[in-house]
Write a protein that binds this ligand. Structure first.
Ligand code: MCA
Ligand code: AMP
Length: 515
């Protein structure tokens, strides 16, 4: 039986010159391909030494570091399941993830060990290690004693490789289960569709606890044997300074907006670049056009989800499936990737015609197997013929380009992070003096969209908007905290009594827009 462990395929793509630089960090450290091989082996041996049950979840909430990426590779190598968690998550959020996923191992920053280990041990986790972004912590101390060779555990394409929690429109977050086959098939498709080539160098400036930074960016570079210029935190000046040594950059729209604000962004600075890719949130046409004007490069926009990895993409070069069209069209997300079936359906599930709007459904080897321990929720999200209902609303034009026009799910995408109003409202409604709340997304020049909370006080209660925001900051990941809070006597409702969020959105639409 061939070994379909994703690590085996990534490792096979390492260049023959193992001493060449694979990752260069912003603090000047260089890791060779041999370093990646050896250090991930040591970490995999450490996991083996714990004698965990097969397919154990390894939950990781640490700052971005090359070692955190190595832990991901080691988890694959050892045949376990990687569970990355945003460092912004607070204790209530972490408690839910840990109780739900029941990880055998939790890895956290040293500064969080106290409270997080308590949650983990109470939930039955046997091992809690620390890993700091300065290469200290018990994980590396323990791994240092392990052998630096390791034979990857045999896994089938259907075996679980990672769980990514994505919030739900109702209820709590759901863990999207991605297999080795999901990840490898999508990475291979992107390697060819985006024309990855020898000599490519990727600027990696995204967080590595979500699909974009962890899978699309890292798999892209590793599967191509390409070096990465690694930024622990996005800094527009630093990215622009690195452009002359790089060829590929990936970012959420906010990253492009912030780079455009830098006078050093010029055609000369971008002359060595081959490709700029954007996704995770809608890229405004004005950003797309301004980038073209300022740099001479046309951003390639693509669209994906935690449940599916990448779905459609604008073409890098002529796409023979679509009459050889090669144009990257701003405002669209391009053509379904090779191997991805995409259809747009009405509420009855019937495909709509050209240019007609409907729900986007997808099927393909990249689509996840289901939500962790939520068979009913999984069943609800798939059609009887196996298409996944994305909750995004779009249309396809006569040339084949897909445009996302909205979402049927009540979701705010802020700086590339997803915020589910229902979750935030749940936290707000528990605050003393709050009778009810509604959270809506409004346009924001930096984050694209941000949340605004509209609160109804209980009779006789006086609510202080600033205090509400301050309290939420201690309880919710910071990007989920509304950027503005309004107290009002009532919410607009329709005849059925349902809050009319569209009216609230209209009312606060210009809150953050320059006059
Ligand atoms: C930071 N803040 C935010 C956000 N990020 N507020 C709203 N939305 C955000 N995304 C707030 C903090 O709460 C804080 O507020 C203040 O901004 C400064 O925080 P800091 O951490 O310093 O912010 P930053 O470093 O400037 O971060 C902004 C960022 C970051 C670089 C845009 O959010 C980011 O890296 N976003 C990328 C997300 C991503 O990778 N998404 C991919 C998901 P205060 O001072 O009030 O506390 S994968 C996906 O979507 C799918 C599958 C796909 O298609 O790719
Ligand atoms: P996540 O839960 O992080 O997987 O976010 C997935 C969601 O991000 C999708 O369902 C879309 O709503 C949104 N998304 C990703 N890429 C794009 C894009 N290029 N344009 C618009 N929305 C996008």
């Amino acid at each position: 039986m061939s070994n379909e462990n994703l690590f085996v395929h990534l490792r096979a793509a390492f260049p023959a010159a193992l001493d060449a630089v694979a990752v260069e960090t912003d603090d000047g450290l260089c890791y060779s391909w041999r370093d990646l091989e050896r250090a991930s082996a040591m970490l995999a041996n450490l996991l083996d030494s714990l004698e965990l049950p097969a397919h154990s979840r390894i939950a990781v909430q640490v700052e971005k570091s090359v070692e955190a990426m190595l832990l991901y590779l080691a988890t694959l190598r050892a045949g376990h399941v990687f569970l990355p968690l945003n460092t912004a998550y607070q204790s209530a959020e972490m408690q839910y993830f840990i109780e739900n996923a029941e990880p055998a191992v939790v890895v956290c920053s040293g500064k969080n060990f106290g409270w997080l280990s308590k949650i983990a041990f109470t939930a039955g986790t046997r091992h809690v290690f620390t890993l700091n972004d300065d290469r200290t912590g018990s994980l590396l101390e323990r791994a240092a004693h392990q052998p630096d060779t390791h034979v990857p555990v045999v896994r089938t394409a259907n075996d679980l490789a990672a769980i990514l929690y994505t919030s739900g429109t109702t209820g709590r977050s759901k863990g999207a289960m991605l297999s080795h086959g999901n990840l490898l098939s999508n990475a291979r498709t992107l390697q060819s569709y985006w024309g990855w080539q020898t000599g490519d160098v990727l600027i990696h400036a995204l967080p590595i606890f979500h699909v974009h930074g962890l899978f699309v960016a890292i798999h892209g570079a590793l599967l191509n044997g390409s070096a990465m210029l690694w930024q622990s935190k996005f800094d527009p000046k630093r990215v622009i300074a690195d452009l002359p040594r790089a060829t590929v950059f990936m970012g959420v729209p906010t990253l492009y907006v912030r780079m455009l604000a830098e006078p050093t962004l010029t055609p000369q600075a971008c002359a060595h670049m081959r490709l700029f890719i954007a996704g995770s949130a809608p890229l405004l046409l004005e950003t797309f056009e301004e980038w073209q004007k300022r740099t001479g490069h046309t951003i390639l926009e693509r669209y994906g989800m935690s449940e599916t990895i990448m779905l459609p993409s604008n073409p890098y070069q002529a796409d023979s499936r679509y009459q050889g069209q090669a144009e990257r069209r701003g405002g669209t997300v391009g053509f379904p990737l090779p191997g991805v079936e995409l259809r747009i359906c009405d509420d009855q599930g019937q495909p709509v015609g050209t240019d007609e709007v409907g729900g986007i459904q997808v099927r393909g080897p990249n689509v996840f197997g289901g939500y962790w321990r939520m068979p009913e929720k999984t069943a609800e999200e798939f059609t009887s013929d196996g298409f996944f209902k994305t909750g995004d609303v779009g249309r396809r034009d006569a040339r084949g380009y897909v445009t996302i026009v909205g979402r049927s799910k009540d979701l705010i995408i802020s700086g590339g992070y997803n915020v589910y109003p229902a979750e935030v409202e749940g936290f707000i409604n528990e605050l003393p003096g709050v009778a009810e709340s509604a959270v809506v997304g409004v346009p924001h020049p930096d984050f694209g969209e941000v949340g605004v909370a509209v609160l109804i006080p209980k009779p006789g209660a006086a609510l202080d908007p600033a205090a509400v925001i301050a309290t939420l900051k201690g309880r919710l990941a910071n990007f989920k905290v509304p950027k503005h809070c309004v107290v009002t006597p009532e919410l607009p409702r329709n005849t059925m009594g349902k809050v009319q969020k569209n009216l609230l959105r209209d009312q606060y639409r210009n809150l953050f827009q320059p006059a």
